[in-house]
Ligand binder design. Structure first.
Ligand code: ZN
Ligand code: ZN
Length: 159
């Protein structure tokens, strides 16, 4: 796993996870989707960290409880959680991170701390539109955007 970004946060992370799971239950109920035990467990493991968690790490954790857990179990759960906007894929780190405001944003950019692993989200419409316009000016039709900025979070920058 990434260095534990959660441990650097000055808050009760267990309460944070509990809130996130409760919010996920509500979103699933609204969408008439089912947060099965596997899906719930995968979401919980991603929320365990405030950073990026790889599918491999998730599988390894799940196999501690259920040695028969297989990669498709994890990938299906991840697809479900991404469809509902509960988690995001971070391409440049080849893993997944929690969404702290699921379904409340249309666009999303990421700040990724290479010190502690913390991932923060930006939801900048102007940035999104600026990129789309520049692409369109070149005759490029964009389907989606991935903006991932690597560096150091405020805490790590100070340290
Ligand atoms: Zn998000
Ligand atoms: Zn950091």
């Amino acid at each position: 796993m990434q260095p534990d970004a959660a441990s650097q946060h000055d808050h009760d992370h267990q309460a944070c996870i509990a809130d996130a799971l409760a919010a996920a239950e509500r979103i699933c109920a609204e969408r008439k989707a089912r947060l099965t035990p596997n899906r719930r467990r995968v979401l919980e493991l991603i929320w365990d960290s405030h950073g990026v968690v790889s599918a491999y790490d998730i599988l390894a954790e799940m196999q501690k409880d259920d040695p028969s857990a297989k990669p498709p179990t994890v990938y299906r759960a991840l697809d479900f959680l991404m469809d509902l906007g509960l988690v995001h894929r971070i391409e440049s780190s080849n893993g997944f991170t929690r969404c702290e405001s699921p379904l409340r944003h249309r666009v999303c950019q990421f700040l990724i701390c290479d010190g502690c692993g913390l991932v923060e989200e930006l939801h900048s419409r102007p940035l999104f539109e600026n990129l789309s316009e520049q692409a369109a000016a070149l005759g490029f039709e964009s389907d989606y955007q991935t903006v991932e900025v690597h560096g150091r979070c405020a805490k790590c920058a100070k340290a």
